[in-house]
Structure formats: structure tokens, C-alpha cells
Design a protein around this ligand. Structure first.
Ligand code: KIV
Ligand code: ZN
Length: 534
């Protein structure tokens, strides 16, 4: 069954591998990531441009914030199947359905562990009970929705004969997709493929449903294991942008998609991924999550197409394929082709943004144009990467957030720098704080704390140049812990101090929002439901 088919029982397109993106669910379970609903919708819209088949938008029972975000995606994002995760409890399935039911193509994904370690220690129950829960959950989900995925959690450490019985029960109850996860990233590719072959033997009905892989990267094998699963017959891969996910993360979407594309000669499979959107999606997710991409990361790292040694550079100049197995343009790294300058007008900016996939009009265009002019005054050439960073930065401005109203840093010789920062509060009121500090960045962070009267612990601070060159825009990411909630924010400006102040205030707003959500959750009776995530 391909998700592009309207008939959930239609046979699969044998060579097509469906990409199930779980950046917003498993990816969002990475420590310190806390995306608000607007950011999740923004990522989901980019995932549509990227061409994913399924978006796992969240775990609706986990919190009111998760529910709202999944619902917002279901209501506004068109194209892919929109999926909500649920344990086998009725309340979870009700919440998942409540959140996805307005989607064009909704799916409920329900899971329960089949390993004895989880059954005995985590759930403190027995194998028979798990069978009953799996049957009840899939039956309940099918009563709502004709597209239901079932996963036996920790399957790779489970007794395969027993797990096969659970899979058969799920299929009999109406599951249309069977996903078998390597939850703790323990399997080797040979083992994972052998497990699938065994399941196909034990459960011939697997041929009637879509089969799916979900592999974690604890031993760095998530992509290899997912690929092994595809070679063993599975046609859905669950993965996340930049490999985000619990602990060491999930199979990286960009890696598996390019592996399937570049080595089509070896296997004959394809995906619906528009590879030219890969780099942009990776940058967006990195910006919004505050998780930087390691420079040597395959496909999306900034060095993924850089050649350092003279021999390699020489070879690539003579013939690109001497040391490159794919063209950087194939994954969207060529976006420096658009160049605007300080004389470019509003129309040129609007056109350039449209080419980049941003429809910006009215006040948003006025505000983007104002920022563009400021940047263009200081920077000779404004490239597509700069525009993307500017627009992305503008989109971070929210009416309900703390915003930078003014900033000034003075430094007399031999004295600590002094910062004076104006902050506009969510109420609209403007407050000002002053502080000296151990360097200008320390001074502005202290001045912000003085202005807003909220102490936060600085967990991470990174600065990166958006493009090369001395006049490059700087992108700062700050991770803060405020009232126990960890969150990140980023800011872009030609001035690192300004970018830092913006990043700090966005991280502060996000962590205050996270803390408020946690308090709301604690106050609801539902908080009593065990919240151990998968
Ligand atoms: O890793 C896992 O087992 C999961 C399941 C919910 C599919 O994330
Ligand atoms: Zn997982």
C-alpha cells in the first residue's frame, strides 16, 4: 500500500520506498528540543516541499501543546499522510484521532513493547496481556481510521516467534502498516534483515500490508539497518531530518534518501524525495531545534562537499566525479545562485523569496525588506542563503514573545563593557536593563536578565557564519534552562551582539512557554497517565 494511493489496501509499488518523517515526534524527543506549534507547522510545510510521504506530527496525548501542534498540522498541511502516535491506551488513541482526524489522509500509529525486558520491567505485565492490548488498540484505532500503523516496540530484543504472533494479531485487527523498530539501536544489518525474513516466513499476511523500518543510531547503524530492512522487503522507512531522535537519534532522512537515490543501480528503488530541498530542510530544522549539524555529517554537513587536500581539489577541478559521488546541487547546496545588492528593490526581494519557496506579502514583506536593506547596507552581496536566514529569522518574531527593542554596548579602554538592552515584553510593555559583563556577550545577557527579571542558566552558545566572507551574516544559537525547562533560540544579524541578544530572547520565550506547558500538564488529571515516551 503506497500512501499516495487512495485505497489503503492497494498493492505496493514494488520499487517505491515511502519516506515516513518522524522529526516532529521521535526527533522532538531529543533532549532540549521544544518546538512550538507554529514552528512545527513551518517544518511540516517544508517536509511537504521535500516530498515526504508521511509526517508523524507528534504524540498527541503527551501534552496539550503536542495535541494542538498535531491538530494544526492535520488542518493545514496538505499532501502527505499525517500521523499521530498513541500507546495502546484508549485515551491515547482517542487523543491521536482527535488530533489527526481533520487531515486529508490521517493515520493512527499505535505501539506496545514485545520484549520481555520491557514487558516485565517497564510495563510490569505479561505476554498475554500485551497481545490483548495490541488487539484492542488496533481495533479501536481502526474504528476511527482506515490507515493504522502498529509497532512492536523493542522488537529486535524480543522473542521473534512471540512478536510474530503479536504482528498477526495486529494484522487481523486491521493494521494496514506494520513497523518493526530497533528501538535501542542494538541490531546489526545482518540481524535486522534476518529478523524481517523470519517475520515474512512466520506471518505470510505481512505481504498484505505495508512493512516499515524504524531504526535508532546507538551503534551508528540506523541507516545501514534501515537499508537492510528495505533490501529484505520493507517499503516504508521511518527517519528524521539530521538524524534527530531519542538518544543517538534515528535513521537520518537525508542519508537514507540519498543512499536510495545515488545507488539506485544497486537496488532499483526510488523515493518521492525532492533532493534539492534537502539542504534547506536540514538548515531549517537545525535553526528551529538549536541542534547544529556536525561539519562532516554525510549529505548536509558543511564539509560534505568540501575538498581539502590538493590532490582531491585538483581532481575535482578536472572532473567532478573523481572524488564526488553526487553533485552538491542535487541536495540543494547551490542556493547561492540568487544574489541581490543594496540597490535591489521590494519586487526583486519578493521574486527572490518566491524562488526560494517563501510567499511573503504585506507587512511581512515590508519587514523583510527593511531587514534586507539593513543587511544589504553592510554586506556587498545578499545571497539566497542570507535571504533564507533573514526570512527564517523574521518568522521567529512572535507577538507573544520577548523581543529585542534596542541595544547598545559601550566599552571604555581597560573597563568591562557595559550593555543597555530594551526588551519588549509579550504584554507590549518595554523594559530596559543595564549590566557590565565579562565581554560584550556576557554583558548583554546579564542586561537582558536585569530587564526581564528572569534568571536563566546558559547551557549552550554557538555562533556560525551563514556564508563565507568577512561581511557574513552571523547566526547565533542559545540554549537556556529557565524554571527547569530547556529550550533553544536562534538569531541572525550582521552584528554578532545583536544576533546573540535576539537568540537569547527567543530561547527565553521558548523555555518560558515550555515551563508553562509543563505546569499545565502537571495540573491536569491526565498527567497521572504514565508519560514514559517510546
Ligand atoms: O523507537 C521506537 O520503538 C519508537 C516506536 C514508537 C516506533 O519510536
Ligand atoms: Zn523511535
Amino acid at each position: 500500500m503506497g500512501p499516495n494511493s487512495t485505497d489503503v489496501n492497494a498493492p505496493p509499488d514494488a520499487d517505491r520506498v515511502n519516506i515516513f518523517d518522524t522529526t516532529l515526534r521521535d526527533g522532538e524527543q531529543s533532549p532540549g528540543i521544544s518546538l512550538n506549534a507554529a514552528e512545527k507547522v513551518e517544518i511540516a510545510q517544508q517536509l511537504v516541499r521535500l516530498g515526504v510521504d508521511v509526517i508523524e506530527a507528534g504524540f498527541p496525548i503527551a501534552s496539550p501543546g503536542d495535541f494542538e501542534a498535531v491538530q494544526a498540522i492535520a488542518r493545514t498541511v496538505e499532501g502527505p499522510v499525517i500521523c499521530g502516535l498513541a500507546r495502546t491506551h484508549k485515551a491515547d488513541i482517542d487523543a491521536a484521532w482527535g488530533a489527526v482526524k481533520d487531515a486529508e489522509r490521517p493515520r493512527i500509529h499505535t505501539f506496545i513493547s514485545t520484549s520481555d525486558i520491557h514487558i516485565e520491567h517497564q510495563m510490569q505485565t505479561d505476554r498475554e496481556d500485551v497481545k490483548g492490548q495490541a488487539k484492542a488498540a488496533v481495533t479501536m484505532a481502526r474504528a476511527y481510521c482506515d490507515n493504522v500503523e502498529f509497532s512492536p516496540m523493542d522488537a529486535t530484543r524480543s522473542d521473534f516467534e512471540y512478536t510474530a504472533e503479536v504482528l498477526q494479531i495486529a494484522i487481523d485487527a486491521g493494521a494496514t502498516v506494520i513497523n518493526v523498530p530497533d528501538t535501542v539501536g542494538y541490531a546489526t544489518p545482518e540481524e535486522y534483515a534476518a529478523m524481517w525474513r523470519r517475520f515474512y516466513e512466520l506471518v505470510p499476511d505481512l505481504l498484505k500490508v505495508e512493512t516499515s523500518v524504524h531504526c535508532h543510531d546507538d551503534l551508528g547503524l540506523a541507516v545501514a539497518n534501515s537499508y537492510a530492512g528495505v533490501m529484505a522487503g520493507c517499503r516504508q522507512v521511518e527517519c528524521a531530518i539530521n538524524g534527530l531522535g531519542e538518544r543517538a537519534g534515528n535513521c537520518s532522512l537525508e542519508e537514507i534518501a540519498m543512499l536510495i537515490r545515488v545507488r539506485e543501480d544497486a537496488h532499483g528503488f526510488t523515493t518521492g524525495i525532492n533532493s534539492r530541498e534537502i539542504a534547506r530542510t536540514s538548515r531549517l530544522v537545525s535553526r528551529l531545534t538549536g541542534y547544529p549539524v556536525q561539519p562532516n555529517k554525510a549529505i548536509v554537513g558543511r564539509n560534505a562537499f568540501a575538498h581539502e587536500s590538493g590532490i582531491h581539489q585538483d581532481g575535482v577541478l578536472k572532473e567532478r566525479t573523481t572524488f564526488e559521488i553526487m553533485d552538491a546541487r542535487e541536495v540543494g547546496f547551490e542556493s547561492n545562485s540568487i544574489v541581490l545588492g543594496k540597490h535591489s528593490g521590494r519586487h526583486a526581494l519578493k521574486d527572490a523569496l518566491e524562488q526560494l519557496g517563501y510567499k511573503v506579502d504585506g507587512n511581512a514583506l515590508n519587514s523583510a525588506f527593511k531587514t534586507f536593506k539593513e543587511v544589504a547596507d553592510r554586506k556587498k552581496q545578499v545571497t539566497a542563503l542570507d535571504l533564507e536566514a533573514i526570512v527564517s529569522d523574521e518568522m521567529r518574531d512572535r507577538a507573544d514573545a520577548h523581543e529585542l527593542a534596542s541595544f547598545e554596548v559601550t566599552a571604555a579602554t581597560g573597563k568591562e563593557p557595559l550593555a543597555r538592552i530594551g526588551v519588549s515584553l509579550p504584554s507590549g510593555e518595554e523594559v530596559v536593563g543595564e549590566s557590565s559583563g565579562d565581554g560584550p556577550i556576557d554583558a548583554i545577557f546579564r542586561a537582558i536578565q536585569a530587564a526581564v527579571g528572569i534568571e536563566s542558566e546558559m547551557v549552550k552558545y554557538t555562533v556560525e557564519a551563514v556564508t563565507g566572507g568577512e561581511d557574513a551574516l552571523g547566526e547565533v544559537t542559545v540554549q537556556l534552562r529557565t524554571n527547569g525547562a530547556l529550550a533553544s533560540g536562534s538569531g541572525v544579524a550582521t552584528d554578532i551582539i545583536e544576533a546573540s541578544a535576539r537568540a537569547y530572547l527567543r530561547a527565553l520565550s521558548n523555555s518560558l512557554e515550555g515551563a508553562a506547558t509543563r505546569e499545565a500538564e502537571a495540573a491536569t488529571a491526565e498527567a497521572a497517565i504514565e508519560r514514559t515516551g517510546p
